[in-house]
Design a protein around this ligand. Structure first.
Ligand code: FRU
Length: 732
């Protein structure tokens, strides 16, 4: 073939592709705009974001923009992400079946969108693909099918009302065409009747996130960003739609590849899909709470109410990783056997539902209760723009209603979150501690007071109080007696990483008497919260933390720690927090191996050789005597006591663990997802996520350097909290 022939051949091929197709669409395309001029022509701008005319590619300070056609495009990064404005087309008539365009930039359907407007109504809407740092400035083809609007007069409105990261939109090459554009379908919808309790969404971990809106009676109920599986899913995420039984549900997906089954494969049923092995999964913690499906982070709203412990939690019901923050909900009669009930707070116009707390409003100060039924009140952060504090209430501990007067606290900065509320008896007021990040990376806790949980007054700020700058996120605040002596009480102000300060509180202001103190000493522990509403007759301060156990390959991820009892105990350095496993955990014990008092010498037979269990509680009390190391091996993971250093080494992680009167008392809880080790009478708590090998059920203890004197050595095989003693009657 000569070079002379190849050129015309290519030209013919291009003409053929661009020519009207023989199968139907024979009309030429109509270019609405290609933004190639120096100005926007008849398009009108407001604000600054769109500049005086189309951009010629990348703007100063922007990542490289690609994927547009020709030289010009709409780029609302003009003067950076914070500029806002609109760009509106002149009227045009819809004369083709599709409107196709290139779009890129930030993802924010409310604040960043190209809208097709007919008769004053937004009939189609598209946004960009990026919602977090990183991402890509490449424009991609999208289209709307507009056959139903044929002959109508329309305008296009490009809106940039977003500030901060990814606060801009890019658009180019808007064309009317009769040829079905390949690639993504915008605003695909599916209608289906709510005939069953759940809709099941197909999830592929890592797939592009699609913005999925549920509409009922024409109104948006909730919008979530979902990694919709284009084909075979990794797992199915249930959405409880029982509230709309019998109604028609409309699901709308912002963009979807044409051949994706993400929308069409959504199923309905009354039970969990693939739920047969629920709670028996190989990587399911058996006595650590984890959600049936999806992701959890912080425990929220922990409260004892009407004989039940309530554990709400940061939940992504539709993803394996963080996102779409809902409040999940579980209840228990003993903090050990949990029953997950389903989400109670879902994202709304105020934003996703971030962390917060719960109180029982015994005197109905809020007016949200009914005669004889004091309300359970949730106080939480709605993390939209602005980020505000809201409340919701319930009188039965099952159904929650968001307060119509929300928000109860306006934004202080956009880094204000995680309200923890308690009743302060001395001043007869509610007290809220709220994390507030101030400009310049300054971490503070703001104290507010309220007579009724609805009206809040700023009482004090920790900024400037020495030793409080560590207070980052999820503060907790409570009073504890020292050594159980009710006459000697102190207040503890605690941060998400479990560091704390001890001091006094007069109802408005916290005055620390200690420096910043370390809390837990392990890994993967965060955002703990203590229960409110514990009856005075019990009097314990009980805490649960987020246990960052990663469970790859499972349809769920992360968990909670076991319940911990917190106390203040005197040490030579002053009072310190201690952590001990809540006594309720004893209900899990099955077989007990009491190995009594014994002296263990190096090279001696393993006294725990007869113990084999994937779930274990091990208790040992020993004097190291001449031993240099005492090593417990639980299913292959080592817990070493280094006698000379008086340190505990859990899975190679060191933590101080002083002998107490020459004795070390260790308690080890071992689950499939990790260990929790307690030493030094609770002064040392070492949580440690570890994925245990399913095949190794062995337990051992050995010493090095000399013999150790064991006063007691006790192993308990444990049963699963998911099957044993769970309340019946609540379906999964
Ligand atoms: C802590 C945290 C909170 C926030 C929540 C959001 O893990 O960042 O500060 O409310 O998670 O899920």
């Amino acid at each position: 073939m000569t070079p002379y022939r190849s050129v015309p051949c290519l030209a013919i091929l291009l003409i053929t592709l661009a020519a009207p197709s023989l199968h139907g669409a024979s009309t030429p395309d109509i270019v609405v705009s290609n933004f190639e001029g120096d100005t926007y022509g008849d398009w009108k701008t407001t604000g600054q974001a769109f500049g005086a005319g189309p951009a010629h590619g990348t703007l100063p300070g922007q990542m490289v923009v690609t994927g547009f056609q020709g030289h010009g495009l709409v780029n609302s990064f003009y003067q950076g992400d914070d500029s806002v404005g609109t760009l509106t087309s002149p009227e045009f008539r819809i004369q083709r079946r599709y409107l196709k365009f290139l779009i890129g930039g930030g993802r924010n359907p409310e604040k960043l969108s190209m809208q097709l407007v007919v008769d004053g109504q937004v009939v189609r809407r598209a946004t960009g693909p990026n919602e977090r740092p990183g991402g890509s400035e490449t424009l991609a083809q999208e289209s709307w099918e507009v056959a139903d609007l044929a002959g109508k007069t329309a305008i296009l409105r490009i809106v940039d009302d977003a500030k901060g990261g990814w606060g801009h939109l890019n658009v180019d090459q808007v064309v009317q065409t009769d040829r079905k554009p390949p690639g993504l379908i915008a605003n695909g919808t599916r209608q289906l009747k709510a005939t069953a309790k759940y809709l099941h969404f197909p999830i592929k971990n890592g797939a592009p996130k699609r913005s999925v809106t549920l509409l009922v009676d024409g109104k948006t109920v909730v919008r979530n960003d979902i990694e919709l599986a284009p084909g075979t899913p990794d797992w199915w995420a249930p959405m409880d739609v029982s509230a709309w039984k019998g109604k028609t549900l409309t699901l709308q997906v912002d963009t979807l590849p044409e051949d994706s089954t993400g929308l069409s494969s959504i199923e309905r049923s009354n039970s969990l899909k693939d739920g047969a092995g629920l709670y028996k999964e190989s990587s399911r913690g058996q006595f650590h709470f984890s959600p049936r499906r999806g992701w959890n982070n912080d425990p929220n709203g922990m409260v004892f109410f009407n004989g039940e412990y309530h554990l709400f939690f940061q939940h992504n019901p539709y993803g394996w990783a963080w996102g779409n923050m809902h409040w999940g909900h579980a209840v228990s009669r003993d903090m050990v056997h949990w029953e997950e009930l389903g989400d109670v707070l879902q994202p709304d116009k105020f934003g996703p539902m971030f962390s917060g707390s719960a109180v029982v409003d015994w005197n109905n100060t809020s007016g949200l209760g009914k005669a004889g039924h004091p309300p359970l009140v949730l106080i939480y952060t709605a993390a939209g723009d602005p980020t505000v504090q809201c409340i919701a209430s319930s009188t039965d501990g099952r159904t929650f209603t968001k307060y119509p007067g929300d928000p109860v606290l306006p934004q202080i900065t956009n880094g204000n979150r995680d309200p923890k509320v308690m009743w302060h008896e001395a001043t007869r007021k509610w007290v809220m501690v709220l994390y507030v990040g101030l400009p310049g990376n300054r971490h503070t806790v703001h104290f507010f007071t309220s007579p009724n949980l609805r009206d809040w007054t700023l009482a004090s700020i920790t900024e400037g109080i020495s030793g409080t700058a560590y207070l980052f996120e999820c503060p907790d605040f409570f009073e504890l007696p020292i050594d159980g002596d009710a006459a000697r009480k102190k207040w503890v102000l605690l941060a998400a990483n479990s560091e704390y300060a001890i001091g006094t509180f007069d109802g408005t202001r916290f005055t620390p008497e200690s420096s910043r103190l370390p809390g837990q000493r392990g890994r993967g522990f965060y955002a703990p919260q203590t229960f409110s509403g514990i009856p005075a007759t019990d009097g314990r301060r009980l805490q649960i933390g987020w246990f960052q156990t990663e469970t790859k390959g499972m349809p769920f991820n992360q968990s909670m720690t076991i319940p911990l009892e917190l106390q203040l105990k005197t040490t030579s350095d002053g009072p310190r927090l201690t952590f001990t496993p809540a006594r309720e955990l004893a209900a899990l014990r099955t077989k007990s191996h009491n190995l009594g008092a014994l002296s263990l010498a190096p090279g001696a037979a393993n006294p725990l050789a007869g113990v084999r269990s994937d779930l274990l509680e091990l208790r040992a009390e020993f004097e190291p005597s001449s031993a240099k190391e005492v090593t417990f091996t639980v299913r292959g993971t080592t817990i070493v006591y280094d006698v000379a250093k008086q340190e505990l080494i859990v899975n190679n992680h060191r933590a101080p663990a002083p002998l107490r009167d020459g004795v070390q008392r260790l308690t080890i809880y071992s689950d499939r997802t990790g260990l929790e080790v307690f030493a030094s009478d609770g002064l040392t708590y070492v949580p440690m996520p570890v994925e245990q090998r399913a095949t190794d059920l062995s337990v051992a203890v050995a010493v090095k350097g000399g013999a150790a004197a064991f006063k007691s050595l006790q192993a308990y095989e444990l049963k699963s909290a998911w099957t044993a003693g769970r309340r019946t009657g609540l379906a999964h």
